[in-house]
Design a protein around this ligand. Structure first.
Ligand SMILES: C[S@@+](CC[C@H](N)C(=O)[O-])C[C@H]1O[C@@H](n2cnc3c(N)ncnc32)[C@H](O)[C@@H]1O
Length: 375
């Protein structure tokens, strides 16, 4: 039967290769940061029978979102700006924990704990006089902040935890949560801030960090709503101390070479379903949930790969960037164990680099498309 359809027609990262080469960046350097598989489409062919079965499934999903959850629909398929995103969270703030939990089959609890355990082990091995300073950026109602508190307490770390969010209602809920968390060595602060301007924000109503003052930044399911993730990365680089760590967990477009595994019971069968994953991402529940329930079409996958190219020069003339130290992307089980939760968890560390490396990184970044992709 004839092949019908292709997925992933656009590459994860679009780079103007001529521009990169013209700026004198060696290709081996480019290949290390943005390997070919990210710069090329990853087509996925589908046989006609499967294609029509998928189309029927997608029709049912659309029907459900059109009529079944009409009351939750937020936006009409546009890229929302910061105020648009803020309006979504005004509506979502109250029932956020349950709604987010249900939409990811409660896997978010594990992701928050992952961020918190990482914060604790990084803290345990950071020897310094003052407290370990953690920012839970885009904290929402403070669920990740709470986990970070619990794990730092468990490890007996002296810390200052800052939960920061732009949405006023979320800030209020996070502050309520923080009130009941107490431990002699840990201080919690909740602030309204803009993730895109973490340092030197001219808006006096929003909190700003001093340069080189933070040890650890966690962003759990926050980056997806940040309109300009490159601005976030620059601010994070400025705010973190040299050696400081950034952890990001968020949705990630499926990768046909790295599909999740479906093993419904007793491990009798281990199926991989890259086509279903892709179809779900582009036309099925994942896209519908993002667009119609959470309100945007933005796919921020590419920023996970562009963040190491962002640089910052400190006032004393030293250059820094984020070095990747861990990256895990795999579709995890969703409802009914179906491997549809295509997320990634990435850890970066702020390192000092030579000016030449900084120039190459910025030259590559300038040649990349830094608009979010559409799902
Ligand atoms: C999906 S919630 C994530 C909440 C939380 N991190 C968790 O573990 O569930 C995303 C949060 O990001 C916040 N946000 C979006 N854009 C922001 C920005 N530019 N600055 C600060 N917070 C922002 C939203 O207000 C919202 O509370």
């Amino acid at each position: 039967m004839a092949k019908q359809h292709f997925f992933h027609e656009t590459p994860v990262v679009s780079v103007d290769l001529q521009k990169v080469l013209a700026s004198g960046v060696p290709t081996e350097f480019l290949d290390r940061f943005l390997p070919r598989f990210l710069r090329e489409p990853t087509p996925l062919e589908v046989g006609a029978l499967k294609y029509w079965l998928l189309a029927a499934g997608q029709f049912l999903v659309r029907f459900y979102f059109e009529y079944g959850v009409k009351h939750l629909r937020q936006s009409g398929g546009v890229f929302l700006d910061r105020l648009g995103v803020d309006r979504i969270y005004d509506v979502m703030a109250k029932g956020y924990e349950d709604q987010h939990g249900r939409s990811v089959n409660w896997a978010d609890r594990a992701w928050r704990r992952e961020a918190a355990q990482l914060a604790a082990i990084v803290a345990a091995e950071t020897f310094q006089d003052g407290p370990f300073v953690v920012l839970d950026c885009c904290t929402g109602p403070g669920l990740t902040m709470e986990q970070i508190f619990l794990w730092l307490k468990r490890y007996g770390i002296k810390a200052r935890i800052i939960g920061g969010d732009y949405n006023e209602k979320m800030v209020r809920y996070a502050a309520e949560r923080a009130k009941v968390l107490s431990s002699p060595g840990i201080k919690i602060e909740i602030h309204r801030l803009d993730a895109m301007k973490l340092v030197d924000n001219p808006d006096r109503d929003l909190y700003s960090f001093a340069r080189n003052s933070v040890d650890f930044i966690a962003v759990v399911f926050g980056l997806g709503g940040v309109v300009d993730p490159i601005a976030f990365a620059r601010g994070a680089l400025e705010a973190l101390k040299p050696g400081g760590v950034l952890f990001v967990c968020d949705m990630h477009r499926p990768d046909p070479e790295n599909p999740g595994i479906f093993s419904p019971f007793l491990g009798l069968r281990k199926w991989k379903m890259p086509v279903l994953e892709a179809s779900n991402w582009y036309d099925g529940a994942e896209r519908k949930a993002m667009r119609d329930v959470w309100g945007w079409l933005r796919d921020h996958t590419r920023f996970r790969y562009l963040i190491p190219l962002v640089t910052w020069m400190s006032p004393d003339g030293r250059w820094y960037r984020f070095k990747r130290t861990y990256h895990r992307h795999l579709a995890e089980p969703w409802h009914f164990g179906l491997p549809f939760l295509t997320t990634s968890q990435t850890v970066w560390q702020k390192i000092e680099i030579l000016p030449e490396e900084a120039a190459w990184c910025e030259a590559i970044l300038a040649a990349c498309d830094t608009e979010p992709m559409r799902t």
